[in-house]
Design a protein around this ligand. Structure first.
Ligand SMILES: Cc1ncc(COP(=O)(O)O)c(C=O)c1O
Length: 419
């Protein structure tokens, strides 16, 4: 029998092997460390958190209060209320051009839980899931918890953090059950063009056992005004993949509603077979999101452009600012972000050098740790985003322009002083 061991204080309780080998989220760890330093009076600038610094719109809060007052406090249907599933399906049809109906929608506790459930529903032990990396660090544990094998398809910085169809073809096999794409991408900030996505879609379509999982949580945060920038595009709208795409989305990023925990999956293929499977699974897990949030979520979806439009403009300006400032750090290599709110510079030219505080920098982890201790700037080391991401750090620019200027200014000063 395996036990927790001493660090958590429990000596007699068993912890499953599955969970013992699970790593906690590095981004949440950095955010917590930055918060602790701030609480101790240190002037920390945080580039760690993956959440907009905007408040949830007042009309959504009002809708939630009214819904609560109206007594929407009992159990609701597991995949979401008919109104909410209809609102989501309508949006996915008109905005994303995905042919679907309410019966193909499952509302989940954030997009994270949608991704988790999809992996549980698609993956059997030994099945392979191709993940284009650098990738959001939660995909790997989700796949592995389902017994699957992660096959990384690396998109290196020299290729603009994008893969070609041939690379995807090489990563796929007859054991591939899913391919995960995330455009705009966390952590690179890169977006694929519709043509590029169509090329990748053709490869997936030629493998009859593979499903595309398209994580579009940042779809409203694209910056066509940046070099290489394009608007959003849903590969699930392509006829060859309609039957075999699960599209993930939610309100966390585009509506500044990270704490509300509202996401969804849309899976029209096979008569909604995956949506039905997810609903069955969810009925044994969370039973769904809080009932009184459902009318508020409808309101958020109905009035989404009012919020995400202006927010997008602010983020586009920040993307430009971050790209310009990072360009001024000679030891960094960066692809300008054209979506989401992340930049992902390669910092490997700092390796082998010593910091002003006497620390040896030999990895993204030691870089991030020394930067936080010596300059009070929090960034996330790239390691957990995939093998190809090890030499990188992630900066989230979900903070004010003043903070961006001050924070990147500190980074530059510190990097220039490495010797
Ligand atoms: C790529 C990606 N997908 C999904 C999520 C999860 O979003 P939610 O907060 O709605 O669970 C995140 C959050 O950081 C993300 O970056």
């Amino acid at each position: 029998m395996e036990y927790w061991g001493g660090t958590l204080g429990y000596r007699s309780m068993k912890c499953s092997a599955r969970v013992r080998s699970l790593r906690g989220s590095a981004t949440l760890a950095v955010t917590a460390r930055a918060k602790a330093l701030r609480a101790a009076g240190r002037d920390v600038i945080g580039f760690g958190a993956g959440e907009p610094d905007f408040d949830t719109p007042g009309f959504v809060k009002t809708a939630a209060s009214e819904s609560l007052a109206a007594g929407h406090t009992k159990y609701a249907p597991t995949p979401g209320s008919p109104d909410l599933r209809t609102a989501i399906a309508d949006r996915m049809r008109t905005h994303n051009r995905i042919e679907c109906g309410p019966e193909h929608v499952v509302v989940t506790v954030g997009a994270k839980h949608a991704a988790f459930e999809v992996m549980q529903c698609l993956v059997d032990p030994g099945d392979e899931v191709v993940v284009v990396t650098p990738a959001w660090l939660s995909y790997r544990p989700m796949i592995e918890l389902a017994g699957g094998v992660v096959v990384e398809c690396p998109a290196a910085i020299r290729d603009g953090f994008k893969i070609e169809p041939a690379a995807l073809e090489a990563a796929m096999s007859d054991r591939t059950v899913a391919v995960i794409l995330n455009s705009p991408c966390n952590p690179t900030g890169v977006c694929y063009t519709p043509d590029e996505l169509a090329g990748l879609a053709r490869v997936i379509a030629s493998h009859p056992t593979a499903t595309l999982v398209s994580d579009e949580i940042y779809e409203d945060l694209t910056y066509p005004e940046m070099a290489g920038g394009v608007g959003p595009f849903s590969p699930g709208s392509l006829p060859e993949l309609r039957e075999r795409t699960v599209t993930l989305n939610g309100l966390s990023k585009s509506m500044a509603m990270t704490g509300w925990r509202i996401g969804w999956a849309v899976a029209p293929g096979d008569d909604g077979a995956i949506a039905k499977a997810m609903t069955r699974l969810q009925s044994q897990m969370t039973s769904g999101i809080a009932t009184f949030l459902m009318p508020a979520a409808c309101e958020a979806i109905r009035r989404q452009p009012e919020t995400s439009g202006p927010m997008r403009i602010v983020f586009a300006e920040r993307a430009r600012l971050v790209a310009d400032l990072l360009d001024g750090i000679a030891r960094f290599d960066t692809v300008p972000p054209s979506g989401a709110f992340y930049a992902f510079p390669d910092v490997s030219r700092c390796f082998g050098l010593t910091s002003p505080g006497g620390r040896m920098i030999d990895s993204a982890g030691s870089f991030a740790e020394a930067l936080l201790e010596e300059k009070e700037v929090a960034v996330v080391p790239g390691d957990d985003f995939g093998d190809v991401a090890r030499n990188h750090i992630r900066l989230s620019f979900a903070c004010s322009e003043d903070q961006i200027r001050a924070g990147v200014g500190r980074i530059r000063e510190w990097v220039d002083a490495l010797a």
